[in-house]
Write a protein that binds this ligand. Structure first.
Ligand code: PRX
Length: 628
């Protein structure tokens, strides 16, 4: 790993030369004056004065050399449809979408909220926003009306783009009623809603506000919308992510830094080159979908596969079938998907010719050793674990085969990636930890290009949330525990906060608790993440009822549990639905009133709850125990 280390060292010791060189990967309409402006820590401004455009770099720049080559390959096993868009087709669709937005009065800096399943129009509208300098905010389709309303109120979009329905397991899931509900409860009203009618379910349109996409597209199909050249630090998008409060944070991304960082990562981390085919099975509503379904591969002149479906339908060979059919070179997926595949016939792994596939990348949640090893041995391909966050936009820890083929170790996402000055820090003292010592994974700012620039309209919260965790030092805290060993391999050991990770989906327990608490029978609640052998974690809720006698009624326990799950599903979506809801008379708390979640999790996982000297009422833990 000598080369990787040296490459990393250069990126930190001589940040400016390193990124000046990498910046040559993209087209700058106006060259930048300054590589980095770090005069106002922790705010980093990359490629100051440079003017560029994400859509131009992802689409137009490749038209001459790759106009007739596949750019966006859409596969839906939900509606049994596959469409290959060449770069020229993509350009046409993106221009039409941009013309629609312009017709609706969307201007540079305006927000457009995209609430769509994995259909190509999601990518068209993201790129269309980028083209005209509008800021997109994609909301994950699995979220429901409450989450959606919060995001609408924070982002204040001029236009919302949505659809009649998504589909899961072959069954349509209506989107429009959830959107209508969200718009009813939101304080902010967008001027227009563009509806892509897939004909999956009947869809009521509201006069004056809702507009059908198809006729507008037809009208604008030959439009050419000029690119708006943005200053490198102009925002490209806001993507909401969960934290410790009930209010999600709008992670704001810049333009030039993001383009450069993603383009470089496609080669150094993902081993890609123009013309290659990249397949990330993530959803566009998550950061992986932004960086590695849409922008990364397209910026690097690669084709991207966008997949609507699950990894097991029509059968557990579907990912491998897609890889064979489209000659995929790199697959990016999540450990949960692989743990699910592991339960199926191993013969399915060998039904298809996977000779095009060079490597498999897994991220978003801890990759356990057994799963990593199983996949790598079964396919005889390298399996690379990479670790990062919505905030960073691209990997913090990963093997970097485009720099050097270094041996990986299962259970470890390998080494710090160039650009990230990563440390393990003692939470109490703020001092760097040595090999083998557990601490908080932190990054010495400035954060590299492509990482979040701030929290949308809330610089103060950005500084406070991320940079004020350690005494005497301004470091970016990932809120993950970790360590590195004597050989320089890193390990991630779980979150330090109340964020949980269910099947690779990052969820805030506080948001779920707020929903539980809206049930009229509930006084208070605690939601925790408990280890699950397939999904990594599952949510479990403990509720205290206003009137505990309610439980004496026949069937009350089951009825209340079902009602609470429904409330969560309606407000936060099916992804947040807890596996179980249990009732207790009191929650275990410290004397200062803080819920002892770590103790609850330990009990649920059959472990010792650890130090309980601060507990107010030790009987509260017995109650938790007795419900399990
Ligand atoms: O706790 C870490 C976990 O997922 C969190 C970030 O989730 P999200 O913002 O959705 O971004 C996902 C980008 C891939 C992290 O703080 N996490 C992510 N990757 C890994 C991981 N935990 C262990 N190993 C990983 N490879």
């Amino acid at each position: 790993m000598q080369k990787t280390r040296e490459f990393h060292r250069q990126s930190i010791d001589d940040r400016e030369s390193f990124w000046r060189r990498e910046a040559q990967r993209i087209h700058w309409e106006t060259p930048f004056r300054q590589v980095l402006d770090y005069s106002n820590p922790p705010f980093a401004r990359w490629f100051v004065g440079g003017r560029t455009n994400l859509c131009y770099n992802a689409v137009d720049r490749w038209l001459d050399t790759q106009g007739d080559q596949p750019a966006l390959i859409w596969v839906s096993t939900e509606v049994d449809q596959e469409i290959v868009y060449t770069r020229a087709d993509l350009a046409r669709e993106v221009n039409a979408a941009a013309a629609i937005l312009q017709e609706l009065g969307v201007d540079q800096g305006d927000r457009v909220l995209i609430y769509l399943p994995m259909i190509p129009q999601a990518a068209f509208f993201m790129l269309a926003c980028a083209r005209i300098g509008a800021i997109h905010s994609v909301v994950f389709g699995g979220f429901a009306s409450h989450n959606l309303a919060q995001r609408i109120d924070d982002a204040q979009p001029k236009v919302v783009v949505s659809t009649d329905a998504g589909s899961r397991g072959g069954r349509p899931i209506a989107y429009k009623p959830l959107l209508d509900q969200a718009l009813d409860i939101a304080g902010h009203a967008p001027e227009h809603v563009v509806i892509i009618d897939r004909g999956l379910v009947p869809c009521a349109m509201r006069e004056g506000r809702d507009l059908a996409y198809a006729p507008m597209r037809a009208r604008h199909l030959d439009a050419h919308v000029p690119v708006v050249w943005l200053e490198s630090n102009d925002p490209s998008y806001v993507l909401y992510t969960s934290g410790t409060t009930g209010n999600p944070k709008g992670v704001q991304r810049d333009t030039g830094g993001y383009a450069v960082a993603l383009c470089a990562s496609m080669e150094y981390i993902y081993g890609g080159k123009p013309g290659d085919v990249y397949f990330s099975s993530s959803d566009v509503g998550w950061v992986v979908g932004h960086s590695y379904v849409v922008y990364g591969p397209l910026l690097n002149g690669q084709a991207t596969v966008m997949y609507e479906g699950t990894p097991v339908r029509p059968d557990a060979a579907v990912l491998w079938r897609i890889i064979e059919q489209y000659g995929v070179n790199a697959l990016f997926s999540a450990p949960t998907a692989i743990r699910v595949l592991k339960k199926h016939d191993p013969g399915l792994l060998h039904r298809h010719d996977l000779s095009s596939l060079e490597r498999i990348y897994l991220a978003g949640e801890p990759l356990d050793e057994l799963t990593g090893q199983w996949l790598s041995e079964a396919l005889d391909k390298p399996v690379i674990d990479n670790y990062w966050q919505t905030e960073t936009g691209w990997p913090i820890l990963s093997a970097q085969p485009g720099v050097e083929e270094a041996p990986t170790r299962f259970g470890s996402p390998s080494f710090p990636v160039y650009g990230y000055d990563v440390r393990v820090v003692d939470e109490a003292t703020g001092k760097d930890a040595g090999p083998g010592q557990k601490g908080v994974v932190a990054i010495q700012p400035p954060l590299p290009p492509g990482a979040m620039s701030t929290i949308w309209r809330n610089d103060e919260r950005f500084v406070h949330t991320y940079f004020e965790s350690f005494p005497g030092r301004m470091l970016y805290s990932t809120s993950d525990w970790g360590l590195f060993d004597e050989d320089g391999y890193w390990y991630i050991l779980g979150r330090t906060d109340d964020v949980i990770n269910v099947a690779g989906h990052r969820l805030g327990t506080r948001e779920i608790e707020e929903s539980v608490n809206t049930h009229p029978a509930v006084a208070e609640s605690a939601v925790v993440g408990v280890a699950d052998s397939t999904k990594g974690q599952e949510a479990m809720a403990f509720a205290v009822l206003r009137n505990p006698d309610l439980l004496l009624e026949d069937g009350a326990r089951d009825r209340l549990e079902a009602e609470i799950k429904t409330v969560i599903e309606q407000r936060n979506g099916a992804v947040a639905r807890p596996a179980r809801v249990r009732f207790v008379n009191t929650l275990p708390k410290t004397r200062s009133g803080k819920v002892l979640r770590r103790a609850i999790v330990a009990l649920c996982e059959g472990r010792d709850p650890g130090d309980l000297t601060t507990i107010e009422d030790p009987g509260a833990l017995d109650q938790i125990r007795s419900t399990l």
